[in-house]
Write a protein that binds this ligand. Structure first.
Ligand code: ZN
Length: 127
């Protein structure tokens, strides 16, 4: 089922329980970013329940993905550079960059957390 023109509930769903209650405003932002990028965006992680996030992330039970307003996008090089700029113009408040190693594994995390939900705006890299 499509949430927006280009993104489905399946690709945004939690890998362990298949829940996918993505935030509507975040999905609108993601679609606007997709429209401006004019290329498919491969989502590697969208919504995560507390249990799943605790397993795969150091952010535990309250990480950005548990707020249903975050996703990871497989992207690198020139496209990652474009995404970094475009995402900020569409209201993205948190950007995490994983841009080391093989290009086909590199990704950008984007989220729209508020300052109440976490220090925002902010950018980080993965060690
Ligand atoms: Zn889950």
């Amino acid at each position: 089922m499509y949430i927006t023109k280009n993104f489905t509930t399946n690709e945004m769903a939690c890998a362990c329980c298949n829940r996918s209650d993505m935030n509507e405003d975040f999905m609108k932002m993601l679609q606007s970013i997709r429209d401006e990028m004019q290329r498919p965006l491969k989502i590697t992680s969208g919504y995560r329940c507390e249990k799943h996030n605790s397993r795969v992330s150091t952010t535990g039970k309250t990480g950005p993905h548990t707020h249903a307003k975050a996703c990871d996008i497989l992207i690198s090089g020139a496209d990652a550079m474009r995404l970094f700029a475009i995402a900020q113009r569409h209201g993205i408040s948190g950007i995490g960059l994983s841009q080391k190693g093989p290009h086909n594994k590199r990704f950008c995390h984007i989220d729209s957390l508020t300052p109440e939900e976490g220090p925002r705006p902010t950018v980080w890299t993965y060690g």
